[in-house]
Design a binder for this molecule. Structure first.
Ligand code: ACO
Length: 274
């Protein structure tokens, strides 16, 4: 994906990590430095255009990633640039991966409700011309290292078929634990591995997390284990909530079978309730 400005100078590293501040990274020595406000505008343009391209690739009615949504959420975006081709001498963007911690209510394999705060995969896109070249894996691998999280500890917000295949191929994630919300979790999700998240997200997470737990903050934090059913909201907040057009029957009428491999055809994203 190309832009009218110099992407290569704007993003010196192959992978750039952006948070809600959308700060332009430090430029290479010797590079001319436009006004900071212009650089931030360029970052915002990249985020907006990537969000639009991702929505189009997923047949979503509207982008779930944009500069304004980034600024109003504590999400982190990993942006991959093309270091080989420099069309018109300005570089290009290959794709992005957006993640964020979310408080979710998820069912375990005994169908008990658990309040957890896992790292969630929220949006993921590689340019059409470059899919199936290993770029998605490169980005995902970088994110896992940076956030210090294992693939089975993640929750995925309505994964596409391509993403399900990707997770199966690269990380052997196949058997899901059925949920009543739109997040997909895999077998092994509840086998906690306490490791501190990387500074990129740790810095932006609620300080409450550190206050309640003297051990290092965990990627998937199991909060108070069980509440009275009446206290539990059956749906967890998804970034795709605003895309909903159809309404499913309320919980527990839409409960899934006990254990399943990912469905051949997941429900259309537009039917999301959460
Ligand atoms: N059909 C089926 N599987 C695919 C496809 C496809 N068109 N594209 C990628 N995959 C899976 C396969 O397992 C593939 O392995 P294979 O070629 O041996 O079958 C593997 O991914 C390839 O791995 P990478 O090359 O590392 O992945 P890629 O660079 O293509 O990135 C991604 C994967 C991000 C899913 C990309 O295909 C994409 O942008 N797809 C369109 C947008 C999308 O569906 N994003 C996920 C939305 S859901 C969410 O974000 C929570």
């Amino acid at each position: 994906m190309e832009f009218s400005f110099d992407v290569d100078a704007l993003l010196p590293e192959r992978i750039t990590v952006l948070d809600q501040h959308l700060r332009p990274p430090a430029r290479r020595p010797g590079t001319t430095t436009p006004a900071r406000v212009d650089l931030q505008q360029q970052i915002m343009t990249i985020v907006d255009e990537l969000g639009k391209a991702s929505a189009k690739a997923q047949h979503l009615p509207a982008p779930i990633t944009s500069a304004s949504r980034m600024q109003s959420n504590r999400h982190v975006m990993y942006v991959l640039k093309d270091t080989s081709a420099r069309p018109a001498g300005k570089g290009a963007i290959i794709g992005f991966l957006k993640v964020g911690y979310k408080k979710l209510f998820v069912l375990d394999d005994r169908e008990a409700h658990n309040e957890v705060e896992p790292l969630c995969i929220l949006d993921f896109y590689i340019h059409e011309s470059l899919q199936r070249h290993g770029h998605g894996r490169e980005l995902f691998h970088y994110m896992l290292q940076k956030e210090r999280v294992e693939p089975h500890q993640l929750a995925i917000d309505r994964p596409s078929q391509k993403l399900l295949k990707f997770l199966n191929k690269h990380y052997n994630l196949e058997t899901t634990v059925p949920q009543v919300n739109n997040f997909v979790i895999f077998e092994g999700f509840f086998a906690h591995q306490h490791r501190p998240p990387a500074p990129s997200l740790r810095a932006s997470r609620h300080s409450r997390a550190a206050a309640v737990d003297p051990t290092p903050a965990a990627p998937a934090r199991k909060l108070p284990p069980k509440r009275a059913e009446g206290d539990i909201k059956p749906y967890s907040s998804s970034d795709r909530e605003f895309l909903k057009v159809a309404v499913e029957p309320p919980w527990p009428l839409n409960r899934a079978p006990r254990r399943a491999t990912p469905p051949a055809h997941p429900p259309p994203r537009s039917s999301s309730l959460v």
